[in-house]
Design a protein around this ligand. Structure first.
Ligand code: MF3
Ligand code: CO
Length: 252
């Protein structure tokens, strides 16, 4: 069941998502060779508490931390650890919070120091795929128009779209209907309507889309060990089109 949000509820969701955007921005500034991924987790927890929010992922289906940190061939759900980031790595940071009744959820992928030109392209295509997906989140379209636009763009650029994970509605639950795949034919699924809030999250790989789960039962990696990127925004559908809630710019 899709839950439509009022303008007031969307205002509340802006607050939750602003907290996510702000912390992700601060984490991005901390990324450098030598930092342990558990240090990013600790910083995120400190900031979530300071901003009087709660972590959304900790305890979700037993996930042990607040942040997902996925390095190189890790696609999503990487677990923070003593592992140090190295020059040339790419790292995805995925964060969700709960604030005054609503969830916020977003993810970015960033390079550590200098990265290869293929990695740069992977990040650019991933980021642009998210923007293209967001631009399709407007009345008159259907959910799979988002999916199809993302797939077309990513494959045209020689990369593949991960098929085992989807974007989702978001609100008073972290995951609500509808599911938003990042591939498939256009013109299918629910009609996009004002009041929908959608977490759109393309995950792309430099090689094949096939996925494997590590023995930790969380970390998803590419089967061919090619590098992956993940970008996510929570977006409200309004009369004026898509509105990115997980943006640093509160005026947007
Ligand atoms: N952004 C991801 C999602 O919305 C993160 C969930 S990780 C989990 O599905 F730990 F909470 F499962
Ligand atoms: Co999400």
């Amino acid at each position: 069941m899709i839950i439509y949000k009022t303008e007031e509820e969307i205002e509340c969701m802006k607050e939750a998502n602003y907290i996510v955007a702000k912390i992700l921005h601060e984490l991005k500034e901390m990324i450098r060779p030598g930092i342990k991924t558990i240090e990013l987790e600790r910083y995120a927890n400190k900031r979530i508490e300071e901003m009087e929010a709660k972590p959304a992922f900790k305890g979700y289906r037993g996930y042990p931390y607040s942040l997902c940190v996925s390095i190189n061939e890790e696609i999503v759900h990487g677990i923070p650890s003593e592992r140090k980031l190295k020059e040339g790595d790419i790292v995805s940071l995925d964060l969700g919070v709960y604030f005054r009744g609503y969830y916020g959820d977003a993810a970015i992928t960033v390079g550590v120091g200098n990265i290869s030109s293929e990695s740069k392209k992977l990040l650019e295509v991933g980021k642009r795929a998210l923007e293209i997906g967001i631009s399709m989140a407007k009345e008159g379209n259907r959910i799979s128009d988002i999916s199809n636009a993302i797939q077309q763009f990513v494959e045209k650029n020689g990369f593949s779209v991960i098929r085992d994970f989807v974007g989702h509605g978001i609100g008073t639950s972290l995951h609500e209907d509808p599911q938003i795949p990042n591939f498939g034919p256009s013109g299918r699924g629910p009609r996009i309507k004002k009041g929908m809030v959608l977490a759109i999250e393309p995950m792309i790989a430099a090689g094949s889309h096939e996925v494997e789960i590590l023995p930790d039962n969380w970390t998803a990696i590419t089967k061919d060990r090619s590098r992956a990127a993940h970008f996510e925004h929570s977006v409200a559908v309004t009369n004026n089109g898509p509105l990115i809630l997980s943006s640093l710019n509160r005026e947007e």
